[in-house]
Design a protein around this ligand. Sequence first.
Ligand code: ADP
Ligand code: TRP
Length: 342
Amino acid sequence: MSEPTQPVHTTHTVGRTRVLTGAKPTSDLHVGNYFGAIRPAIEASHNPSNEVILMCVDWHGLTDRSKILEPGKYTAAVLATYLTMGFSLENNMIILQSEIPEIPEIAWYLSCVSAVGLLERAHAYKDALSSGKEPTAGLFNYPILMASDIVTFDAQVVPVGKDQSQHLEYASDMVRLFNNAVGRPVLFEPKPLIQSTPLLIGVDGERKMSKSYGNHVPLFAPKKDIEKRIKEIKTDSKGLDDPKDPETCAVFQILKSFGSAEAIEYMEQRLRTGTGYGYGHAKKDLIDEHERVFGSKRELYEHYINNPRELAQKLEPGHTRARQIAATVRQRVRDALNLGIL
Ligand code: ADP
Ligand code: TRP
């Protein structure tokens, strides 16, 4: 009989796939984040064959010394956004990484089987070096912490953007190194699900929407700020009655990332036909749709931000379940390493 390659005793719920993903609380969230990360996680939480663990990875946000106070500031905003926009907490969990002390413990075990050379080849570390920054040891160890997030919860599927594929390869490498070192399959090897979502363009019409380029449309800012931002969207010089190409129109692309099917179809048609529908009209329609989708939830969002205790209470059952899973996996790992007195 061949040796099993995955642990026999896992923490999985029969009939459900454990899906885990994470987002750093390092900025106010924008429409690009919603499209690329938030909406997919929310959709996954409504599929009953999934058990989704959505982590707000605040420890991962601490790796830059000059921005070490940022994650603490944005944590509530990230958690409140997920809840406000409809993540289903029924049989799923939204958890704050720094509430789970087993993660850094298991990260330590992973670091003891990982070669320094592996970490030296990590993109984020190499990028920091080549841009003349002095990387912290936290940044260097970042891939180990991420692998630990995954294995601490026996995650089976990990959906991430293309930029994270190296981190997932590393997580698999670390699982294999660990299981080989202890001589049996103790850690679960996750399956990456690399999303092919194209990046949403920013209001400059040139680069991807990103807080660091200042070309983003926020989700929950005051209405006048949203209007101002949308009016800034760069367009070409086509006139009121000229047919316009939705594919190259940033106003349409931004609408497409969050709007209803009807709103999308309406704008697409009107742009293509052209007659009597200029970019000013399109921007007005985008503002209205933003207000309908996000503005209508602004009050609930602000309620959570202003009542962090209520927010924490809503997430508590998920934290309790997550702690149970983490404690089980931790014990399995310690047993495999023969740690402890008894
Ligand atoms: P930013 O570039 O604004 O700092 P982050 O790098 O913190 O955003 O992104 C968090 C997540 O949001 C990413 O993992 C990615 O999946 C998603 N994301 C960010 N910007 C975009 C975008 N323009 N289009 C699609 N997804 C995006
Ligand atoms: N490194 C990921 C990013 O920058 C965030 C992350 C941390 C993550 N831990 C994770 C993603 C675990 C998926 C699973 O986007």
